[in-house]
Design a protein around this ligand. Sequence first.
Ligand code: COS
Length: 387
Amino acid sequence: MDHFLSDEQKMIVELARKITLEEIIPNRARLDEEEIFPAEILKKIADADLYGLYIPEAYGGYGGGVMDFVLAVEQFSRGCIGVSVSFAANALGSFPILAFGTEEQKQKYMPDIAAGRKQAAFGLTEANAGSDAAGIQTTAVKDKTGNFYILNGTKQWITNGGEAETYTVIATTDKSKGARGSSAFILEKGMPGFTFGKKEKKLGIRASATRELIFQDVKVPAANLLGKEGMGFIVAMKNLDHSRPGIAAQGVGLAQGALDAAAQYARERVQFGKPIAALQTIQHMLADMATETEASRALLYATSRYIDSGAKDISKMSAMAKLYATDTAMKVANDALQIFGGYGYMREYPIEKMFRDAKILQIYEGTNQIQRNVIGLELIKESAGRK
Ligand code: COS
């Protein structure tokens, strides 16, 4: 299938594929089993200059867009989404700086992220604010001098928590204003009062670090406010609009990895005197898995190119790509495991891990129920605007 990638994009795919084959696939079972953050693999990705794909050249990046970024994420995800999310969370943590930061903030933080010298993370979710992102309770209060904000609260389930140096954090500056009362800040690891909770034990993506961010009277310079006070919710929503295709890319990559493994296994596994690939029931399963994976990829690429075109109405497409590709990944991983039968249930084969990993895709960066809400509301708005 030709997706009309440019020569540069084909090179990104090739480079990311090479890292997946040489670094991710041989190490994924160990990283998962021992719950090891993939620092060495991320270093290889940085050495290959893939960290800055979506970052303008002015800030040390490659100067590409979401499309270039998702191509790399898709390839890494064919190997392991515990690794690919550790890479992709950098975009989630730094899109807000690119989109809302001052020139000074961009010059200060982006070159290290573009080079992969420093990891980034995004702090929105709290114990009582998951789908209800406007319900956050972390507070940011301006001190008497007006030069600092004092942050107090706890963020939960933060990908790259503890590993990242740079954090974009959403906190409430005026509770009475609800969604319009939150603001976004850039925090640095090591700021006094900024610590990390325990590393979570997870069903899947065990190579990735998931930690609490704990703020106890953290003194954040007013110069680290992103955009204006009260813009935090918009920063968060726009960030998710840009980053959800990255989750769709994880879904497409995982589905492709599971499909490849299942097709190969079906050719090799002999039952009733012939490979199970000769059975029409298996062929039909593979056909559906391949069709849905390809449809997810087409939606992902179309969405990413649409975002890169500078379009403003990206929420619906972004949510559709995330929803469809991740529901597909879960289904394909499930069917792949079924084709593997009892062997698929054993840790000896990669399908067991893919099946465990796939579930998070339907949950993080907005559950797939929330994606349907976003799509539904946008559809109704569009319909109201049409004659
Ligand atoms: N872009 C720009 N503005 C947006 C926006 C977007 N994508 N989505 C909402 N807004 C604006 C709305 O226009 C509204 O503005 P006004 O105050 O001017 O009316 C404001 O933000 C509040 O929007 P809304 O009323 O729709 O907010 P809700 O509290 O109902 O929440 C959802 C909306 C459910 C979409 C939001 O809470 C959400 O995305 N939740 C999931 C969070 C998530 O993905 N968490 C995962 C962890 S983060 S890695």
